[in-house]
Structures are given as C-alpha cells and as structure tokens.
Design a protein around this ligand. Structure first.
Ligand code: NAD
Length: 479
C-alpha cells in the first residue's frame, strides 16, 4: 500500500521484521544468531475438501512454526477470509516474542483457515474444523508435546473442543491428549478464566502502566484509570472483555466502539454489555439506541480520547491515518494493529504505545496454565483450598476467643472475615498468576525503557527483553 507521503506500507510480516531489526540493532548478538531468531522455521499449507451442500468445497489452511527454541510451540488458529501466509508467519513470529516476554515456555506458532465462519452453520463448521484438525494432527502440527493451538479471531471454545476431540480419536491411548489445544470449554479440559484472559490481561497491563505516575506522565495524562475516555475497536472476545472490565472495575468511560458495520460514540459513555447484547442480537452496532452512529468506523479511531484500544485486526493504524490519531496512549489488544510505518509517525508525535506482544499476552499466559492443568490432570486449588480455609479459620477463631476472654467489644468486620476465610479456587489462582505475569513482564520492559538512553519506546524495550531471552535459550542449547 502506498501512503500519501509516497512511502510504501510494509506487509504485516515486514512490519514485524522491521520492528525486530530496530531492536536487534541495539543488541550485541553472536554472528548469525539474529537471522536465526528472525526467520520463520516452516509454514505448512494444506488444501482439503469437504462435501457440503451437495458438492465438494476446497479450503486452504496454514500452520507456521516460527521458532522451536522451546517446545511445544504455541499459537492460535484464526478463521477469516483474509488469512494468508504472510499474516500467519507474522503472527507466529509475534508468538515467539510474546511467549519469551511473559516466560511461557513455548516456541511461536500460528495457524489460519481461509473461511468466513458466518457462511456456515454449526454442523458444517464442525466438519470443516475436524478435517482441518485431522490434516494438522497427522503431521504433528497439533500435539501436546509439539504444537498446541488456541483460539484466535473467528474461533473459540467450540472449535477447540472439536479439535481436542479429533486428536483424542486419532490418539486413543495418549493420556495427555487434552493438552493438545488450549482455550477448551471447562467441561472438555479447559480452565476457569481462559475465555476472558486476553481482555483481563489488557486490563492488568493498563493498571500496571497507571501504577507509576512517571509512566503516565509520558502520555501527558495524569491520575488513575478512573474517568479515562476509551475508544475500542472490535467488540469480540478480546475487545469486549477488556472494555467491560475497564468500565465496570476501573471507572473508564467507553466513548467509542468500532465494529465491522460502523461505530457508536457517546461522550457520556456507552454501556459495553448493552452494546454487546445488541451486536449478538442484530449482527452489528447500527440501530443501537442512545448513541451517535457513523458508518465510517475507522474515523472514530481518530476521535479525541485518552486511551485507544484496537482489538480487531492488524494494520488498522497505518501511514494513511497515523498522523491524525489523537489518543496519547494506545494499547495494542489486537496483534499488529499499528504498522511499522505508523509506529515511526506515532513515536515522532510522542504517542505512547503498549505493544501487542505484551498487551495481549494474557491469552497465552492462561493457555499455559491450562496446558499445565491438562498435564497434571488436576484442577488448580483442589488440594489446598479447604486446608487454607481451615488454617485461616484457626486464626480468626483464636482472635475472637482472645477478644472474648478480655471482655473486649472488638470484632472483625463480616466482609473481612468472609474474604479472609475464603480459600483460593482455580479462578482466583488463574487471576493471581496472570496478574503476576503481567506485572513482572511490564517491569522488565519498563526497566529497559527508562534505563537505556538508546531506547525511546516500550515496543523496542519489549523486543529487547524477549529477543534476549530467545537468544539465551538458543545459546544454552549450543546452537
Ligand atoms: P473475535 O473474532 O472474537 O473478535 C474480533 C472482533 O472484531 C469481532 O467483533 C469483529 O466483528 C470485529 N471486527 C472485524 N473486522 C472489523 C473491522 N474491520 N472493524 C472493526 N471491527 C472489526 O477475535 P478476538 O479473539 O477478539 O481477536 C481479536 C484480536 O486479538 C486479533 O488480532 C487476535 O489475534 C488478537 N488476540 C486474540 C487472543 C485470544 O485469546 N482470542 C489472544 C491474543 C491476541
């Protein structure tokens, strides 16, 4: 794509490589290692037929493996008509860097199927998914120890359950079969908190950013998340959960929601749950009452707001609109929403970007917990929860006995008692593990961001941290 400035917009994969190159130029890696880390190891393309509606339909799918410095490799499977090799390879590379940054012990991979899931009914989608999974499973491109997919755009729990079942049918004696994909429903080996994990991670990332006033100052904003005006693009899995949590738990005002068929805006704030219910019922945002509407959704990206959350597609902020983006802070909930060209323009303008490899890492983090749960064959918290509760009860009972013995009117508030006595179940442990992961990864990034004179942005800092970890792991293997 050529921009008005006469420069050419790089492809998604070129964008990722350009960002990688900018960071790696600041590192001192052994000769040749830089290229080994950057290149995508392999991409498998499959074309398969499924008999549907009285004829054979041919579908094209991909599974790219970017880096096997750790195995299994991990990455979502996307269903969209735009899926292509360049995109899948870019997404696989981002998975490598993302897993390294948050210390999920995986290499990077990604898959995609060229299909609009809305064109097919549930039974047809199941047939297509099972056949696609069959093609990947027989080449070990889905396998608990080698390659573990997860949901991405256009896929969710339902597709993951079909894939896991397909794997189990083809590997009837594999006791770890359920660990072959993550993002499964709870009753099929999933984990509490996975569905909302990526959106929850976006919320935790913003909370961590706003915890340090010096970081907030770099955007020209001040204070906490409370009252901040937020525009979200894409009210799917990631965008919906992020916007909902930010609105309900952090006091953010959602002033714009951009979807496929246009955008809603309201200075007073949109109710995320109401808009989501409307989309589910009507298939889009148009017609939603009590808000302004424009069919030109992309224009709302340029609306005045404090935080912009692109949570739909890659390349939506590019050289043609970057100069007009007014938000001082962008958090990349989607993968690759800002092209390398736009990144240069925004950096020049002083816009702060919390980069995708960190911002949306909540999904792979909780996927990692799900994989561990599947391999250990036990729900998190099952052994400790009641024991923890009885130890807390011991203390509470003793304190109350002492107060009684001293004739004191002192007492614990019922809400404190209730919260203190409750042991941590799986959901609490997942949230705690996710919060810890997002905080630690952010601190590693920010130490580089503020600690080095040659690093001016969080994206370069994120690449430096993650490339450093991938390089260390290759070097430890003796490569
Ligand atoms: P999804 O399919 O659940 O939601 C995508 C949403 O974007 C849908 O509501 C869709 O209608 C909307 N959309 C599509 N085209 C649009 C357009 N042109 N303008 C505005 N809205 C549009 O997908 P998702 O899982 O939420 O993924 C969104 C992004 O987050 C992707 O970049 C994906 O790679 C990334 N991501 C997802 C996960 C995950 O756990 N699902 C994890 C990490 C990253």
């Amino acid at each position: 794509m050529a921009s008005s400035m006469g420069q050419t917009e790089p492809s998604f994969r070129e964008s990722v490589d350009l960002m990688f190159n900018r960071a790696v130029a600041l590192m001192d890696l052994p000769p040749g290692l830089e290229e080994k880390i950057r290149v995508c190891n392999s991409t498998y393309t499959v074309r398969f037929g499924v008999r549907l509606r009285g004829k054979i339909h041919t579908f094209t799918g991909y599974r790219s493996v970017h880096s096997e410095h750790m195995e299994p490799v991990k990455g979502g499977i996307r269903y969209a008509t735009e899926v292509n090799q360049d995109e899948v390879e870019a997404l696989a590379a981002l998975m490598t860097y993302k897993c390294a940054l948050v210390e999920a012990p995986f290499g990077g991979s990604k898959g995609g199927l060229c299909i609009d899931p809305r064109d097919w009914d549930q039974h047809e989608l199941e047939q297509i998914t099972r056949r696609f999974a069959y093609e990947l499973i027989k080449r070990d491109l889905i396998a608990p120890a080698q390659n573990v997919p997860a949901p991405d755009m256009g896929t969710g729990e339902r597709e993951m359950a079909w894939m896991a079942d397909q794997f189990a049918r083809m590997n009837t004696t594999d006791i770890n079969a359920r660990a072959c994909v993550t993002g499964k429903p709870l009753n099929a080996g999933g984990i509490s908190g996975r569905v909302e994990a990526t959106g929850r991670g976006v919320q935790y990332a913003l909370r961590e950013f706003f915890r340090d006033p010096r970081d907030v100052e770099t955007t020209g904003l001040s204070g906490t998340l409370d009252g901040k005006r937020v525009v979200v693009q894409g009210l799917g899995n990631v965008g919906y959960h992020a916007a909902k949590f930010l609105q309900e738990e952090d006091g953010c005002i959602i002033t714009g929601i951009i979807e496929r068929d246009g955008a809603l805006f309201s200075a007073e704030g949109l109710n995320v749950q109401d808009v989501r219910d409307w989309i589910v019922k009507h298939g889009g945002v148009s017609g939603y009452p009590d808000a302004g509407y424009t069919a030109d959704g992309a224009a709302v990206l340029e609306q005045e707001c404090d935080i912009l959350v692109p949570a739909a597609l890659e390349g939506v902020i590019n050289m043609s609109n970057a100069a007009r983006i007014k938000a001082p802070l962008i958090i990349e909930a989607a993968n690759g929403p800002v092209t390398a060209g736009a990144d240069d323009i925004l950096r020049e303008k002083g816009t702060v970007i919390i980069p995708d490899m960190y911002a949306n890492a909540g999904g792979v983090t909780v996927s990692y917990f799900e994989w561990v749960k599947n391999l250990s064959h036990i729900r998190f918290g099952r052994m400790q929860r009641r024991q923890e509760e009885s130890r807390h009860a011991l203390i509470v009972n003793e304190l109350e006995r002492l107060a009684d013995a001293m004739g004191s009117t002192w007492s614990l508030t019922p809400s404190f008692k209730d919260r203190y006595l409750r042991g941590a179940g799986e959901l609490e442990l997942v949230r705690s593990g996710l919060d810890d992961t997002m905080r630690i990864a952010y601190q590693e990034m920010r130490n580089v961001w503020h600690g080095r004179d040659d690093v001016a942005d969080l994206r370069t800092a994120a690449y430096l941290v993650s490339i450093g970890k991938v390089a260390a792991s290759y070097q430890a293997k003796g490569l």
